[in-house]
Write a protein that binds this ligand. Structure first.
Ligand code: CA
Length: 404
């Protein structure tokens, strides 16, 4: 595709629209605007042209605005609450101090497209300018109601600081990087952090490149509020009927809920069983005097599930050694005595929960720092001063239903 051919043939440059669906209504809430060119070989994407830095900025801008104007022209007749997601490269956006973008939008504001329906998908990949200037411009846009989205998350994890700085309205997570199972493991953890961050800063997660039902499920499960991808709708020249997937998404969502509830029920069941076992011990041992002996007793009770046990006080100071299971059997690790764990996430919160509810808690899945295994911890209030912690091995979790 020759850039010059396209520039001299702007008539055949036009927008495609890819629908974006919402999790709360299961209907189209917006479209991402994509650039296309109709040439001798049919319709081709203009993506490569926009990313080609050997093509002068003026040329790329001209094509970009041709698409934007045509897209806005078409969007005049859309429902007044449908959003338009517009891609902009930070470099190109800054080219005319960002004025051209705003001017174009203002032109169409008069025709009925209010600026709070515009979502700017900013790409900073090649940005070489002053970050302060860019942020200033983006904040200026936002005073008009324009929303901000950060694009292509998932392949770069080093953007957390930038997300914090910009506090975007929407984070777009790219599911293409989920395809390779080798990276899926890390991707899960990165995504979890992103979803927590999004929640803290009040941003919504949009999952793009959803191509299979399990990816939709994944997006739903990980706090995805918006969905986009071939599995839902391909980009097209025309807008689509808003409720086109309402029934389908409703049914699929129901399946996700059934599956998730089943998992939660088995977690609850296992927690109940552990509670019963340890309660049995507690009813015979109101006060703990022999910590090592008590741990050995509990280890026998929980054998097959536990690989590490210890007891802490309510401030997190360890009152017992670790009882740790090696291949040759259980052994005591005295070097852990008096260590403090109050700095660990959720530690004090969980102590408080246990103290008030007088019940044990099963933790989420996490990676054990020492063994590198994926584990869960069961913790239990033995009495007002002693809190038991039982680390459950990966093998045990693997053999149970719904624990991984
Ligand atoms: Ca995009």
């Amino acid at each position: 595709m020759d850039a010059l051919d396209i520039l001299t043939d702007l008539e055949n440059v036009f927008p495609y629209f890819q629908p974006i669906f919402s999790a709360d209504e299961h209907r189209v809430i917006g479209y991402e605007v994509l650039g296309r060119y109709r040439g001798s070989k049919g319709v081709v994407s203009l993506g490569p042209l926009f990313q080609d830095e050997t093509i002068p900025e003026e040329f790329r801008l001209e094509v970009d605005y041709e698409i934007l104007k045509k897209a806005l022209e078409k969007a005049i007749h859309l429902d007044q609450d449908i959003m338009l997601f517009i891609n902009r490269d930070a470099d190109l956006l800054m080219h005319s101090d960002g004025e051209q973008f705003l001017k174009t939008l203002h032109d169409y504001e008069k025709k009925g497209i209010s600026l709070d329906r515009i979502v700017l998908e900013i790409t900073e990949r090649n940005y070489k300018g002053d970050i302060g200037h860019l942020d200033h411009l983006l904040n200026y846009y936002r005073t008009y109601g324009i929303k901000l989205a950060i694009d292509k998350l998932g392949n770069e994890s080093s953007r957390l600081d930038r997300i914090g700085q910009l506090a975007p309205d929407i984070l777009k997570v790219d599911l293409i990087s989920m395809r390779s199972t080798a990276t899926a493991y890390n991707f899960n953890d990165i995504l979890y952090s992103l979803s927590m961050l999004a929640r803290k800063i009040g941003a919504s997660l949009l999952f793009e490149n959803i191509e299979m039902v399990h990816q939709l499920q994944y997006a739903w499960k990980n706090g995805g509020r918006f969905y986009q991808g071939y599995y839902l709708q391909k980009p097209a020249e025309q807008f689509t009927e808003r409720d086109i997937l309402k029934e389908k998404l409703r049914k699929e969502c129901h399946q996700f809920i059934v599956h998730e509830k089943k998992k939660l029920e088995s977690l609850y069941q296992v927690t109940l069983e552990f509670n019963e076992k340890v309660n049995e011990f507690v009813s015979k041992n109101r006060k703990i005097s022999d910590y090592e002996g008590s741990l050995e007793h509990l280890a026998r009770l929980l054998d097959g599930a536990a690989f590490r046990l210890y007891i802490c006080d309510e401030d997190g100071f360890q009152k017992s050694p670790n009882l740790f299971k090696k291949e040759e059997g259980w052994s005591l690790q005295k070097e852990y005595l008096q260590k403090n764990w109050s700095w660990r996430p959720y530690f004090l919160e969980n102590i408080m929960k246990m103290r008030i509810n007088k019940k044990g808690i099963l933790s989420d899945l996490y990676t054990d720092i020492e063994t590198g295994e994926t584990i869960r911890t069961f913790s239990f209030p033995l009495n007002a001063e002693d809190y038991l912690f039982v680390d459950l091995s990966y093998n045990y979790l693997y053999e149970q239903d719904g624990l991984l």
